[in-house]
Design a protein around this ligand. Structure first.
Ligand SMILES: Cc1cc2nc3c(=O)[nH]c(=O)nc-3n(C[C@H](O)[C@H](O)[C@H](O)COP(=O)(O)OP(=O)(O)OC[C@H]3O[C@@H](n4cnc5c(N)ncnc54)[C@H](O)[C@@H]3O)c2cc1C
Length: 265
């Protein structure tokens, strides 16, 4: 196996241009599991860990920013999500870019990105392009990356919601892949956005529930119940080894309502 260890972005992009089939390695917490189980046998790896430009966390979030850094980062909803990922060791190694590229419906970073309408900046040796989160995530474990491209960073909108809450339901409180998770955000003027994960082929926005509750300055008990019902109706879960379709539907509504109530305090 060949391994490239570029130390800057230009070198990483040049290595990728020279070997467009190469496999990118960030923290390795998804990729090494795949390799250890024999699901992937990469012949050429480009390790991104030494590329400092991918670790920037200013206005944008570099793809190489670890969960450990995001836990202490400026975005409450993402910090809350980061705290639920794996163990301290996984959070020290794993990155938001790896989470995005894996594009699992259970990726804990994805509901925040969906709720705030983030974009994904892709780079190659020949240029760059920016895709909205829902253009990038094309299906379960599928994304819009093409050969020779890497995820450079996540771009957040200028106007960010002042209230952000993330919550996750699983079979235990820590070290767990979610049965359902959600991120609810609310702007000062009441606009509310809700994104749910592990309850559809990819992260989903709950548009009907958002429309209903964004019109409510002080949602009544009736409005909150209707919000919960709409979320349970809008999700598209399946039954698998982690949970049932019925439980996920129920839990999505309950979690989204609890997160909304926290946003309203
Ligand atoms: C024990 C354990 C617990 C876990 N718990 C959770 C959890 O609670 N929640 C959760 O969401 N995930 C969890 N995960 C999964 C994993 O930790 C995360 O998805 C993590 O964010 C992956 O990031 P990484 O940097 O390790 O990616 P890697 O494993 O390095 O890469 C993952 C994929 O992304 C590609 N890639 C990496 N960087 C880039 C880039 N810049 N551009 C393009 N492609 C790229 C790689 O080629 C690979 O296909 C867990 C994993 C383990 C082993």
């Amino acid at each position: 196996m060949d391994i490239d260890r570029p130390t800057d972005l230009d070198a990483a992009l040049a290595a990728l241009a020279g070997s467009p089939d190469a496999t990118l390695l960030a923290g390795g917490t998804d990729l090494m599991v795949e390799i250890n189980f024999g699901h992937r046998r990469p012949e050429h790896i480009i390790a991104l860990r030494r590329v400092e430009e991918l670790k920037e966390l200013n206005g944008t979030i570099g793809s190489g920013v670890s969960w450990a850094r995001l836990e202490r980062g400026p975005h409450r909803g993402l910090a809350q999500a980061a705290r639920t990922v794996g163990s301290p060791q996984i959070r020290a190694a794993g990155t938001i870019g790896g989470n995005l590229a894996t594009a699992s419906p259970a990726g804990d970073g994805l509901p925040f990105l969906a709720a705030v309408d983030a974009s994904v900046e892709l780079r190659s040796a020949t240029g760059s392009r920016r895709l909205r989160w829902d253009e990038f995530l094309t299906g379960p474990k599928q994304n819009a990356l093409t050969q020779g491209e890497l995820i450079h960073s996540i771009v957040l909108p200028d106007e960010m919601p002042t209230r952000q809450e993330f919550g996750k339901v699983g079979v235990r409180n820590a070290m767990v892949i979610s049965a359902v998770m959600a991120c609810v955000v609310r702007f000062e003027d009441g606009r509310t956005r809700v994104a749910v994960g592990s309850a559809g082929p990819t992260t989903l926005r709950m548009r009907s529930a958002e429309d209903l509750i964004s019109d409510e300055a002080n949602p009544s008990e009736t409005a909150l119940s209707e919000f919960q019902r709409l979320v349970s109706e809008e999700v598209r879960p399946i039954t698998d080894h982690r949970s049932t379709e019925a439980y996920r539907r129920h839990a999505a509504g309950v979690v989204a309502r609890r997160l909304l109530e926290r946003c309203l305090v």
